[in-house]
Design a protein around this ligand. Sequence first.
Ligand code: ATP
Length: 354
Amino acid sequence: MAQIRIENLRKDFGSFNAVKASTFTVEDGEFFMLLGPSGCGKTTTLRMMAGLELPTSGEIYIDGEEVGMKRASQRDIAFVFQMFALYPHMNVGKNISYPLLSQGMSRADARRKVAEVAKILGIEGLLDRPVGGLSGGDRQRVALGRAIVRSPKAFLMDEPLGALDAEFREHMSEELRALHDRMGATTVYVTHDQLEAMQMGDKIVVMNHGVVEQFGVPQQIYDWPATRFVAAFIGSPPMNFLDFDGAVTAGDTELTIGETRIDVPRQLEAAMGALTLGVRPEHLHLSDEAPYRGEIVAAEYLGTTQIVTLDTAFGRVKARIPSHEVVRTGTHTGLAFDARTLTVFDGVTGRALV
Ligand code: ATP
């Protein structure tokens, strides 16, 4: 097992800067998610960790040793790709034992090791089968088997479930997480799916345009987003943003919007001119007495909850409320929120003022 530390890691492709001075640490045994939209640099970051791409500058430490310029084969980590790269002419057992035999392990030892791994993955019955006829899930299990059989220091996975349909994907993600919990090996997992990152990760790095926007445990990232980008990217529907003119002095714990004073949960950093208030849909409630008013323009039924869309003086907002509450489009209602759940952003830089 291994700790992986990234310091000021940068990657340029010609004049294009794909990864900008990234710094974060993957602790020993963590299931760690690299999350962000397409093109944000997560795959490039993972490929640098794996030794498949050389950094332009910065360092990668595995267990304290700088490996940035070392070849992939010298790092003792396994890379699992989205497309299950199996050898089609070999059966399941041979596919899994291949990395061991190519390292010079004896056939008897390799057979023992393959049996162990097949048991962990629940594919003991498939060892003699050709890989060609396997289902997507079994092929993925075989690919995982081939990655874990060497007991590498860490696993690097690039959207390993990306090719699976939604239902099966959820099932495999649970399996993968359970497998990790049994083996405890450091895992870095690339995804653009915020839900997958929240469900599976011990920690998440959120990237955008090559920049690490935030790094923390899922709850921290959801409840205390460091930037407006993170707040918008995590959560569905995303956080509501209300832009207004205002100013805060360092240490303030209240804001004034028009006539209303709002106590905010934490001391704020200074900002001038433009502010953005962030509130998650589940923290907005409909209440006739509430001072903010809005017109209900849509209601979307989701089973136990419904998403209500309202037009307000600050723009369009969404509230997630219990589905038994009766709402009528075209009517006006008050909107209440608990100030402790608010996030305040600098309206210009998008950084949370906390
Ligand atoms: P995706 O989920 O779409 O793979 P990503 O976040 O993993 O996105 P990267 O694949 O790391 O993003 O790519 C980051 C940026 O670097 C993209 O704009 C991409 O076009 C560019 N890029 C990646 N590899 C190369 C390369 N070999 N040469 C030139 N540009 C590249």
